[in-house]
Design a protein around this ligand. Structure first.
Ligand SMILES: [Zn+2]
Length: 107
């Protein structure tokens, strides 16, 4: 399963890069407010979108790191909850899956 590890490493690097961009954007926004009200309102909306994207990327990064840790421990193909094997098709579709289809189903 070295392929899956390579895919996860690629995902991790992409996510870290994305998070760095979001954080750079937020640092810019903390500059002095010298714009008119309308521009500030647009800026605020943008920030909300960036915040949402940042939270999403952070959650995905946690999944990826978790999956990588499980692969390192030799448990990459084992469900973290019920310890059943995770179907190879599922791992191919979701390289960062750490749960079998059954345990991952929304309750
Ligand atoms: Zn399971």
């Amino acid at each position: 399963m070295t392929d899956r590890k390579a895919v996860l490493e690629g995902l991790r690097d992409d996510l870290i890069e994305r998070l760095e961009r979001y954080r750079a954007h937020k640092e810019q926004r903390d500059g002095p407010l010298d714009k008119d009200m309308e521009e500030q309102a647009i800026e605020l909306q943008n920030d909300e979108v960036v915040d949402a994207l940042e939270r999403e990327a952070e959650a995905e990064l946690r999944h990826v790191m978790h999956a990588m840790a499980r692969i390192e421990a030799g448990e990459g193909e084992t469900c973290a909850v019920c310890e059943a094997s995770i179907a190879p098709e599922r791992l191919a579709a979701l390289p960062f899956a750490t749960l079998c289809r059954h345990c991952a189903e929304p309750r």
